[in-house]
Design a protein around this ligand. Structure first.
Ligand code: GTP
Ligand code: SPV
Ligand code: MN
Length: 603
C-alpha cells in the first residue's frame, strides 16, 4: 500500500540519537521493543534531514513533487481513500472513570485500552523505520509552552510535523534532563490503514496519546487536536489556563489602536479565513494580522486573558480557497507547502474546486484518488476535506507578536457556527456568564472535516465538542471560574456568516466583508458602538454596522439581524434538550441563563 513506507537507511549524521532525558530514552526503547521497527530515526528538523526525507518520501510515492515553477518546494500527498478526515467515532478519552470523560466523549478503560493498543502495535513496525519527533507547542520562550514527542512510522507525519510544530533541538533543550519533567508521549502507527483497526486514544492522566490505523491530519499530527486540545484542555483545567479551538487575530485601526480577538468556530466554519481577512477597500488603513488560525492557549495576567498560538503552521481547508476569498492563504500556500488530497494538473500544479472563477479550471487532471478527471466527471477533483500544510512564516499578514511568549491580550471572544436559520449575523452577550451560555449552546451544521453526515445541526459547545478532553460539565465550570478571576474580561459575541434567505443562498457575502462585523465588535470594545437590546443579547442597529459600498439591500440586512420569536422558541427548546441530554452535569448557572433568555422573550 502506497502509504506504508519500508525502512529507510539514512547516511551518517542524519537520524542519530541525541543525548537526552532518560525518561524519553526509556519510553522510546519500550515502544521499540513492542513495535519491532527495522531502525530508529531521531528527527532534528534540520535542512539536511528535510532534504533527505523529501527524497525518500518521493521514492516511496508518499509525496509527489509539484511543478517547481508553479509551487516551489511543494508536494502532493494522497491519503488512503478510506482515511480522509478526523474519526470522532474512533476517538477515545481513557480516564479511570467514565464520568471524567463525561457525556460528550467516547470513553474506554485505560488498562483495557492500553492492552488492546499494545496488541495492535506488537510488531507493527517490522520492516519500517520508527521516527522519533521531539517538538514543542507554543513560542520557545512562553511559560505555556509544552514539550511533546511523537513516535511514528509515517514519513508524511514527520514532514507535516516539521511545518506544524517547532521541532528538534528546541524541544530537547526545553525538556532538559529532569526525569520528572512534564512531556507528552505520542505513539502513532499506520498499521495497515484499516478503519476496523483505527483508534485515536488519549490518556490524560498519563499525558499519553496512542493513535493507530490512520495516516490523516487530525488523527495523526498528534501535536494538534490530540495534544494541544484534548490533552491540553485537561491540563489547562488542572493548571488554571484555557486550551481552545480558536483563531487569534490582531486588528489595528488607521489611528494605530490595536485589539486582539479570539474566535471559536467549529471545524471548517471559517477560522482560517477570518484570521487572514483582507478588509474591503472602504476600510483603507485597517490592518488585520494573524496570530493563529485554529488553536489558542490562554492564561490570566493582570486580570486579563493573554493568548498564544501553540502551532507553527496551518493545516487548512483547501476547497473554496482562492485569490478573491483568501489571498493571504493563497500566498501562504504558494511555496514550501504540502497538499493532501487535492487534484494534480497535467502541468504538475495543484487544483481544487473553487480555486478559479467558475469554468476556468483544467480540462484534465488526476483527482485526489489518483484517477483521471475532467470537468464532466461526477466526482470532485479534490476531496471536500482536502488540506494544505503551510508554515505560519509564509503568511504575509503574520502578526509581529506571533511568537511573543507572554501572548497577546484578548479584547473579545467570538463564538459562531454554520446556521442557515435563527442565529443573527452578530450579537453580544450581556456579560461573561451569559457569554459562556452562548458558547455552551452554540450549534453548527456538520462539515466534511469529520467523517459522517454533512449539514446536520449539532450542538458543538465552544467548537470543542470533538476536542474537550474531559467532562463537558467541568469544562463549563472551568469557563465560569475563569470569568470570576478576570477583572477585565473579554467581551463575548456570537456571529453567523451562514444564514440563508428564502432562495437558499447565503445572505451575507462573508470573507473580507466580515470586517464590517468585526468593526462593530471593535467599536463595542472601545465603548463607542451603538446597540439595541434584544432578549438574546445586544444587536447592532442597522446604522451601527458600516455597510458602505456593500451590495446588499436593507431587507437583506434586516433578515440577517432578525430575531424571530418562533424560531427562538424552538432554539431554546433545543438548548434545554441538549443540556438535559448531558445528564445533569451542566452547571446551575447555565440552566439559569437559559431561563433568563426565555423570560426576556416573555417580557
Ligand atoms: P478547520 O481547519 O477545520 O478548523 O476549519 P476553519 O474553521 O479554519 O475553516 P476555514 O476558514 O478553512 O473555512 C472552511 C470553509 O468555509 C471554506 O470552504 C471556506 O471557503 C468557507 N468559509 C469561510 N469563511 C466564510 C464566510 O465568511 N462565508 C462563507 N459563506 N463561507 C466561508
Ligand atoms: C479540524 O477538524 O478542526 C481541523 C482539521 O482543524 S484536523 O487537524 O484534521 O482536526
Ligand atoms: Mn480546527
Amino acid at each position: 500500500m502506497k502509504n506504508i513506507a519500508p525502512a529507510i537507511s539514512p547516511p551518517k549524521g542524519i537520524g542519530d540519537r541525541p543525548s537526552g532525558n532518560q525518561a524519553v530514552l526509556d519510553w522510546v526503547h519500550e515502544v521499540e521493543l513492542l513495535a519491532k521497527p527495522e531502525n530508529i530515526f531521531w528527527c532534528d528538523g534540520s535542512d539536511r534531514e528535510h532534504e533527505f526525507l523529501l527524497q525518500e518520501a518521493q521514492k516511496q510515492n508518499v509525496l509527489i513533487k509539484l511543478n517547481e515553477q508553479k509551487v516551489p518546494r511543494s508536494y502532493l500527498h494522497r491519503s488512503n481513500p478510506n482515511d480522509v478526515a478526523r474519526v470522532e467515532q474512533f476517538t477515545f478519552i481513557c480516564t479511570p472513570t467514565e464520568q471524567e470523560a463525561g457525556p460528550t466523549n467516547n470513553w474506554s478503560d485505560p488498562a483495557e485500552t492500553y492492552s488492546k493498543l499494545h496488541g495492535l502495535l506488537k510488531g507493527a513496525m517490522r520492516g519500517r523505520t520508527m521516527f522519533v519527533i521531539p517538538y514543542i507547542m507554543g513560542p520557545p520562550d512562553s511559560t505555556l509552552t509544552k514539550v511533546g514527542f511523537e513516535i511514528t512510522d509515517s514519513i508524511y507525519v514527520v514532514l507535516s510535523m516539521r511545518i506544524m510544530t517547532r521541532m528538534g533541538e528546541v524541544a530537547l533543550k526545553r525538556l532538559g534532563n529532569d526525569p520528572k519533567a512534564e512531556w507528552n508521549r505520542g505513539t502513532h502507527s499506520l498499521l495497515d490503514v484499516d478503519p476496523a483497526r483505527r483508534f485515536i486514544c488519549h490518556f490524560p492522566q498519563d499525558n499519553t496519546i496512542i493513535s493507530v490505523g490512520s495516516g490523516y491530519g487530525g488523527n495523526v499530527l498528534l501535536s494538534k487536536k490530540c495534544l494541544a486540545l484534548r490533552i491540553g484542555s485537561y491540563l489547562a483545567r488542572k493548571q488554571g489556563w484555557m486550551a481552545e479551538h480558536m483563531l487569534i487575530l490582531g486588528a489595528e485601526s488607521p489611528e494605530g489602536k490595536k485589539h486582539y480577538i479570539a474566535a471559536a468556530f467549529p471545524s471548517a466554519c471559517g477560522k482560517t479565513n477570518f484570521a487572514m481577512l483582507i478588509p474591503p477597500k472602504h476600510f483603507a488603513g485597517w490592518k488585520i494580522t494573524t496570530v493563529g488560525d485554529d488553536i489558542a492557549w490562554m492564561q490570566i495576567r493582570d486580570g486579563r486573558l493573554f493568548a498564544v498560538n501553540p502551532e507553527n503552521g496551518y493545516f487548512g481547508v483547501v476547497p473554496g480557497t482562492n485569490y478573491k476569498s483568501n489571498p493571504n492563504a493563497m500566498k501562504s500556500i504558494s511555496h514550501d507547502s504540502l497538499y493532501t488530497n487535492v487534484a494534480l494538473t497535467d502541468a504538475g500544479d495543484v487544483w481544487w474546486e473553487g480555486k478559479d472563477p467558475a469554468g476556468a479550471g483544467p480540462k484534465h487532471a488526476i483527482d485526489w484518488r489518483g484517477n483521471d478527471w475532467t470537468p464532466d466527471s461526477k466526482d470532485k477533483a479534490a476531496h471536500p476535506n482536502s488540506r494544505f500544510t503551510a508554515p505560519c512564516r509564509n503568511n504575509p499578514v503574520l502578526d509581529p507578536d506571533f511568537e511573543k511568549g507572554d501572548g497577546v491580550p484578548i479584547s473579545a471572544i467570538i463564538f459562531g457556527g454554520r446556521r442557515s436559520t435563527t442565529l443573527p449575523l452578530v450579537f453580544q452577550s450581556f456579560d461573561w456568564n451569559h457569554g459562556v451560555y452562548l458558547g455552551a449552546t452554540m450549534a453548527s451544521e456538520t462539515t466534511a472535516a469529520a467523517t459522517g453526515a454533512v449539514g446536520q445541526v449539532r450542538r458543538d459547545p465552544m467548537a470543542m465538542l470533538p476536542f474537550c478532553g474531559y467532562n463537558i460539565g467541568d469544562y463549563f465550570r472551568h469557563w465560569l471560574a475563569i470569568g470570576k478571576r478576570l477583572t477585565k474580561p473579554p467581551l463575548i459575541f456570537n456571529v453567523n456568516w451562514f444564514r440563508k434567505g428564502e432562495s437558499g443562498k447565503f445572505l451575507w457575502p462573508g470573507f473580507g466583508d466580515n470586517m464590517r462585523v468585526l468593526k462593530w465588535i471593535l467599536d463595542r470594545c472601545e465603548g463607542s458602538g451603538g446597540a439595541v437590546k434584544s432578549p438574546i443579547g445586544f444587536l447592532p442597529g442597522i446604522h451601527d454596522l458600516d455597510l458602505v459600498e456593500l451590495e446588499i439591500d436593507h431587507k437583506g440586512v434586516d433578515e440577517l439581524l432578525e430575531v424571530d420569536h418562533e424560531q427562538w422558541k424552538t432554539e431554546l427548546a433545543e438548548h434545554k434538550k441538549f443540556f438535559d441530554s448531558l445528564g445533569g452535569v451542566v452547571p446551575e448557572e447555565l440552566m439559569k441563563q437559559r431561563e433568563q433568555v426565555a423570560a426576556r422573550f416573555a417580557e
